[in-house]
Design a protein around this ligand. Structure first.
Ligand SMILES: [Zn+2]
Length: 332
């Protein structure tokens, strides 16, 4: 990468200029497993790929902490090739695997944390994956989920099964989804303890003390559009209070769970965030943030390339073409 970096940097200044025409690329990561996990999606970023990403990004982009980058974007003082790195949910491997790689390159990142799963918790998607991973049976009777008898005898069938179950429960009302995941766990691995995948309180405090940004991501990761507004307010406010108590300062940036504008959250949630004291928020709509973007619905991008050059070219293409991101319109 190093030999071509000057060329890439020059090209990057054209597609991602600074100043009043500034563009901010915001990357989203989730889990960063030590090795490729056959039960996770094929576009996962493991330790090796993440290290390649960070090396290429530190050579070709100006990486800024997200809150500062947003301030620069608004004031028209962003540097060219501006980029911020974010992680959603609060996975422990963000601390054990990703943090040392970030530190090696002197990079700061933002971690959007669901307070309800810290320490011992497990998010519903992981309950499904981990239940299937540990399931010793050849098949599972999931007719109560409308899925019938499904095979789970090897990694391929477990992966297929987890996608089917995820599709069946993802948009259920929150309590029904929790109940379905609990029932799945009991039928797949009765009595087994759930593995620990999320960060501890102490790890969150350590991240903050190292100059990393901690952002809000709700307490229990509900799809906000599936909740009544009062419950959404309670969940978002509780998350902000709990993170504030942990790190001594309430977070100012927020990421919507699942994050797809219109489908997963609406403009009423944008208003909620303002009411509750948040200063900006990110969605999962793909695009690049410009001065004309709603600072409470900034788009992000999730690169998956293994090849560093292809990664940088993809980020440039996003900076060039991703300027009209999807947002939840203000209907009031
Ligand atoms: Zn999330």
């Amino acid at each position: 990468m190093t030999a071509v970096s000057p060329l890439f940097r020059a090209a990057g200044r054209l597609v991602s200029p600074g100043g009043s025409k500034g563009k901010l690329t915001i990357l989203t990561y989730h889990r960063v497993p030590a090795d490729i996990d056959p039960l996770l999606s094929s576009d996962q970023v493991d330790a090796q790929k993440f290290a390649k990403h960070m090396r290429a990004i530190s050579e070709c982009f100006n990486v800024l902490p997200l809150p500062q980058a947003i301030e620069h974007l608004e004031r028209g003082t962003l540097p060219a090739r501006a980029l911020s790195i974010t992680f959603d949910d609060g996975y422990q491997d963000n601390y054990t695997i990703a943090l040392p790689i970030l530190q090696r390159h002197g990079l700061k990142a933002t971690f959007f944390v669901c307070s309800g799963y810290l320490n011992e918790g497990l998010m519903f998607n992981d309950v499904i994956v981990e239940a299937l991973r540990a399931c010793p049976s050849a098949d599972l009777n999931l007719s109560w989920l409308g899925l019938g008898q499904i095979p789970v005898h090897d990694l391929v069938s477990k992966r297929l099964a987890s996608e089917k179950i995820l599709g069946a429960v993802k948009y259920l009302p929150f309590s029904e989804r929790e109940e379905a995941c609990g029932r799945l766990w009991q039928s797949a691995v009765p009595g087994k303890e759930r593995p620990r995948l999320m960060m501890t309180d102490e790890q969150i405090r350590k991240l903050a003390s190292l100059g990393m940004t901690i952002g809000g991501h709700t307490h229990t990761h509900p799809i906000l559009n599936r909740l009544d507004l009062d419950s959404a307010r309670e969940d978002i406010a509780l998350n902000r209070r709990m993170l504030g108590a942990l790190i001594g300062q309430e977070p100012v940036v927020f990421a919507y769970p699942n994050g797809r504008p219109v489908r997963d959250y609406g403009h009423e949630h944008v208003k909620l965030l303002k009411e509750l004291g948040y200063q900006s928020a990110v969605s999962t709509a793909w695009g690049v943030a410009t001065q004309s973007c709603d600072r409470y619905q900034l788009p992000r991008f999730s690169p998956w390339d293994d090849n560093p050059r292809r990664l940088v070219l993809r980020l440039f293409k996003n900076a060039l073409l991703g300027q009209r991101p999807l947002t939840a319109p203000d209907a009031s």
